[in-house]
Ligand binder design. Sequence first.
Ligand SMILES: *Cc1c(COP(=O)(O)O)cnc(C)c1O
Length: 457
Amino acid sequence: MKEKIDDDLKYLWHPYTQMKDCRADPPIFIERACGLKLFAADGNWYYDTISSWWCNIHGHCRPELINAMAGQAAQLDHVLFAGFTHPAAIELGRRLVELAGRSLGKVFFSDNGSTAVETALKMSFQYWQSAGKHEKRRFLGLDLGYHGDTVGAMSLSGVDLFNERFRPLMFPTLKAPTPYCYRCPFGKKGYGRCSLECAEALGKILHREHGNICAVVLEPLLLAAGGMVVYPAEYLKAARRLTETYGVHLILDEVATGFGRTGRMFAFHHTDIEPDFLCLSKGITAGILPFGATLTRDDIYDAFYGDYSEKKTFFHGHTYTANPIASKVALESLKLFEDGVLLEGVRRKAAYLRDSLEDLRQMPFIGDVRGIGLVGALELVRNKDTKEPFSFEERPGLEIYREGLRRHLILRPLGNIVYLYLPLSVRQPELEYIIRNTREAIETFSRRRKAGKAAVT
Ligand SMILES: *Cc1c(COP(=O)(O)O)cnc(C)c1O
């Protein structure tokens, strides 16, 4: 196994990884997975408490899903999607339209979350250009939003740590202040004790700039990569009202929140609004194969419909668009939602997760506790009264990550945010184990901090 890891470090370059860190923390060599567990070659195992980067839905290696993929692979592995089609894509398109709601009538497939977002951006842009609104060229996002790592999606994202270096490559976008209640940009004391100044700020930008704006792009209710920031549904509703008033599209990026993670099929289903575009990926294939989908309204689709010579065609696509095996596993995953039992269970487990994490609020260094559905986050601060954050170099999250691994948990932090992002299939005893051990990992960290010991390496 040692040789395999040596070869990994010799030949491979891992994402979002300072490869020098791999000398102290080499990548963990996973051989197989089952349910919530990942099994390493050294005999250790881990609960997949991060849903393998926010995508796993039903646990690993579910026989129904594996059989569906195997059957599809034996019948039709892949076929180009221009001029050709196949049953799994057709059926999946129909299911997604049924699930999304009334006005989203068309599905455009791609192969990951960034492309699902890029597709929506280009559609919105072309729509306004064709409508003669040539000044509409810009997009408006949140200053802690995250929409992917391709240049267009990056331009729209606000997470500076990821983007700073590439700023000169990006096209200019507008950013509204994130409704981050714990650190309210307007100095208010939290939702319920404010007048939704964040929505007002969004309104002001739209009032001033709507003639130049194609779309507002939001992650509904949960800004995942931005630090697991959960915001009130009222903000989302306000954003819909404002975009309607000002004639601007609303693109919802449900790449991280879709497929039940928040307790509803889609996060925007916590409200009665409907977006103009819906971007899906991650959980769409239950976390097994790369896939993406962008849904939009029939009237937007109609604006692209015409004679070829009119040049209304949407010239965009990806080689693996609507891959049959991915389409099939997506369909099979949706079947597991059909009787409603799964989402009911998610809501029950979500309530338990929320209450149990709430108990950690009293612990030292825990500044904020927040979450939605099966996502729960703890924001670590150096000083609870002043909310003074730990510095970038201190990396308290790294210490807790290592403590987590010793307890079979993957507490891969986002800066100073330690979080759980659980598969929908998590069972109650697993949930209890995970919460108890998360608490212990943090307790160990705070004991060490209080004794004045810095991060051990
Ligand atoms: C992960 C993510 C993306 C990007 O998806 P990739 O498949 O990694 O390209 C886009 N938007 C959100 C909200 C995400 O969490």
